[in-house]
Design a protein around this ligand. Structure first.
Ligand code: UT7
Length: 335
């Protein structure tokens, strides 16, 4: 059985920074509330004309360069997003065109909200290991602020935009995803959603007037499930990889709320320094949050070859997932 080593990585963010102080100017909130309840100080927000494919393409370019591959080498492009450029075609196809990846490569999107990177990693790893893909570009990108009502303090302080990408290639050595535990609970689909704009409630002037095109969320409920399901699936993924929590060099959690991350660390009995956090600068970037954190951790030298890294995420659906990844790129199988 081949493994799917991660051989390239990259990220892209909007340039525009919106701080907590900026938010205070137009919504009833405070820097003190946001920092104490979430840990977030600022976030990146896409500007008009910037779309999900803008950042997905840039992150993909960086990942290809890092892997030393050219667009013609790629035979599978998967994009995890819940904020595609358009309902269809898949934004992965737009990224294929932007990057000049030749026709014949396979491109499609995966929608699992904030769990998108862990879900998609399982999809691409499975396809690569099954031998139906060789050189894979896997991107997670969201412009979640597209669905934000900037007057709603329950949501507008939490989210930001961005993209992260990885390249995966077959390896004979045990690198890449070693284990993965995914789960969904559709019974809680209404805890977090965008109501209007799909086939259930096609957009009408009345719905727009009511603000039903924006995300709503029952934050407190989601908080409880997020801690429970990320912690439980993390422990299962570690066990499935034949490891102990103490074998994990670094945990890369979904960056939604520092209090959620600290509660998970406690359940995993992990020291705080083994948990990577960057949400103070980006907020919750939805599917992009895990790969952006992964890329920053690698660039800061927090992940070294041979390290076991635990990824864990949670989002609307509800969806959750955890995966153990072994970092390194030895033993690549020649094309
Ligand atoms: O990534 C997808 C998954 N999503 C998540 O993981 C989000 C999970 N949930 C959370 O992170 C937290 O529940 C929130 C950050 C969303 C909210 O924190 P909380 O500690 O659960 O606060 P709360 O919703 O219980 O609200 C407490 C109070 C309320 O006022 P009252 O009713 O106690 O008077 C809110 O109205 O805080 C108020 N509040 C705010 N005050 C100032 C809510 N948002 C704000 C705000 N600024 N932005």
């Amino acid at each position: 059985m081949n493994y799917a080593a991660i051989t390239g990585w990259g990220m892209a963010l909007p340039e525009r920074i919106v701080t907590n102080d900026d938010l205070e100017q137009f919504v009833d909130t405070s820097d003190e509330w946001i920092q104490t309840r979430t840990g977030i100080r600022e976030r990146r927000v896409a500007q008009p004309g910037e779309r999900t494919s803008t950042f997905a393409t840039k992150a993909g370019q960086h990942a290809l360069a890092q892997a030393g591959l050219s667009p013609k080498d790629i035979d599978l492009i998967v994009l995890a997003t819940c904020t595609p450029d358009r309902p269809f075609p898949a934004t992965a196809c737009t990224v294929q065109a932007n990057l000049g990846i030749p026709a014949g490569a396979v491109a499609f999107d995966v929608a699992a909200a904030c769990s998108g990177f862990v879900y998609g990693l399982q999809v691409v790893t499975s396809m690569l290991r099954a031998g139906v893909a060789r050189n894979v570009l896997f991107i997670a990108a969201d412009i979640f602020t597209h669905y934000i009502n900037w007057q709603d303090r329950n949501t507008c302080v939490l989210f930001g935009d961005g993209a992260g990408a990885v390249v995966l290639q077959p390896s004979q050595e045990a690198y890449g995803q070693l284990s993965c535990v995914l789960g969904s609970a559709g019974e809680h689909e209404d805890l977090m959603a965008v109501e209007a704009g799909g086939t259930r409630l096609p957009t009408t002037p009345e719905l727009l007037e009511e603000g039903r095109q924006y995300v709503y969320m029952q934050g407190r409920e989601i908080f409880k499930y997020a801690v429970r399901d990320m912690a439980a699936s993390s422990l299962q993924a570690v066990e499935q990889a034949g490891l102990q929590p103490s074998d994990i060099a670094l945990v890369i959690p979904h960056q939604a709320n520092l209090r959620i991350i600290e509660a998970i660390a406690k359940r995993l009995k992990m020291p705080r320094e083994n948990i990577f956090v960057n949400l103070e600068r980006y907020g919750n970037t939805s599917a992009a949050s895990v790969p952006i954190a992964l890329v920053e951790a690698v660039e800061q030298g927090r992940i070294k070859d041979g390290d076991h890294v635990l990824l864990t995420a949670f989002g609307g659906g509800l969806t959750w997932g955890s995966a153990v990844v072994r970092w390194g790129r030895e033993g690549l199988i020649a094309r």
